[in-house]
Write a new protein. Structure first.
Length: 270
């Protein structure tokens, strides 16, 4: 087990909300140094979503048909799903960097500091979310000449909701990395096994209404479904019931993720 060496008087119990915010900012900034030194990685990461929009989007419109999109254009319906997909893959890989730190021993050195345990997870998840904000805005602007209607305030609100969801998913990824330790195949096996069914059953790529009845029922138990519906409503310039349910799903995911993550850290440091 990893020994926790925190000086007396600065334990986790004594750290207030302000300290947690400060710790989170420190972890976030530490994690952001690498992409800031290599901004081309952010630019390169835009290629995949643009390929999806440019190649899969037209096929989607031809195969499914306009009525399945609720009166929206194919691009207006599909782009929010692509943004959610970026967030999903980005934050779910929060634990991959932790596995490298576990192998090199740098994680133990971080635990020897008085940083709050929740800040370790939140800061890392926010590091994955920060590029998403820029990516989402850039992709939206790039798609304007092709018929996408851009609603800035609604898009920003959608990205904030994605950030809340990403904190929870990132914390779960963090916990999975701690449980799997140096066995990377366990981390990637569990991540991929869960990620793709959740993505398909949420209607990110195709309207879930076009699927069989059992898929529609299964999608009701998928928190990602409510998040995708909320993003589509917001990117269409509307705020309604779907937005509310998406926010609830994001908050619940964040609460569950942080609870599981903090408990996992405690079990691995005692």
């Amino acid at each position: 087990m990893i020994e926790q060496s925190i000086a007396p008087g600065v334990g986790l119990q004594e750290r207030g909300p302000r300290s947690v915010v400060t710790d989170t900012w420190f972890v976030f900034w530490r994690e952001m140094l690498l992409p800031l030194r290599d901004p081309f990685s952010l630019i390169f990461s835009l290629i995949q979503p643009l390929v999806f929009l440019g190649l899969f989007g037209p096929l989607l419109g031809s195969a499914v048909g306009a009525p399945a999109f609720g009166g929206q254009s194919t691009l207006q319906w599909f782009l929010p799903g692509v943004v959610v997909m970026i967030a999903l893959f980005g934050t779910s890989m929060t634990g991959s960097n932790l596995q490298y730190e576990l192998m090199t021993g740098s994680y133990e050195r971080i635990l020897a500091t008085p940083l709050s345990r929740s800040s370790l997870m939140i800061g890392r998840a926010l590091k994955e979310w920060a590029p998403l904000v820029l990516q989402g805005l850039l992709i939206s602007v790039v798609c304007i000449p092709f018929g996408f209607v851009f609603y800035p305030m609604h898009v920003v609100l959608g990205l904030v909701i994605l950030g809340i969801f990403g904190i929870g998913l990132g914390a779960l990824s963090y916990a999975l990395a701690l449980v799997s330790q140096n066995k990377e195949w366990i981390f990637w096996g569990v991540q991929q096994t869960l990620l793709f069914p959740l993505m398909i059953l949420s209607g990110i790529m195709l309207p879930i209404e076009a699927g069989p009845g059992w898929m529609k029922v299964a999608s009701l138990f998928n928190p990602l479904t409510y998040l995708v519906n909320a993003e589509r409503e917001l990117f269409a310039g509307r705020i309604g019931v779907d937005t509310l349910w998406g926010l609830v799903a994001a908050v619940v995911t964040a609460a569950v993720g942080l609870a599981v993550g903090i408990r996992t850290i405690s079990r691995n440091t005692n």
